[in-house]
Design a protein around this ligand. Structure first.
Ligand code: PLP
Length: 97
């Protein structure tokens, strides 16, 4: 789907400023971010991931790799959802290239 969306824009003579994906979804479905980040970077398009429900991914080897580990350029996480922040807390990280 990402590839198709990028192609459709290119066919119209436009270029995506960024690709924005929610992974995992509210129901825990994870996208193949490694593949999507490779695709985006081959076109020099930054990948931004809403990882609100995946703030725990980087902390255990048996969990999915985090968005940044899979090549995303920026992620946004809600630590109050799956970690133990005491109040509503959101953080964003940017990969250093
Ligand atoms: C996928 C997703 N992104 C973002 C948010 C908003 O996060 P926050 O609670 O930090 O405002 C939610 C809230 O449920 C969500 O499900």
């Amino acid at each position: 789907m990402v590839w198709k969306a990028i192609q459709e824009l290119e066919n119209e003579g436009k270029k995506a400023a960024a690709v924005f994906i929610t992974s995992p979804t509210y129901h825990g479905i994870c996208s193949n971010l490694s593949e999507i980040s490779e695709l985006c970077h081959s076109r020099r398009i930054p990948l931004i991931v809403d990882e609100a429900h995946g703030a725990h991914f980087g902390f255990h080897s048996e969990l999915s790799n985090s968005a940044l580990q899979q090549g995303a350029d920026i992620n946004v996480q809600s630590t109050h959802k799956v970690l133990c922040s005491l109040s509503h807390l959101c953080c964003t990280c940017r990969a250093i290239l």
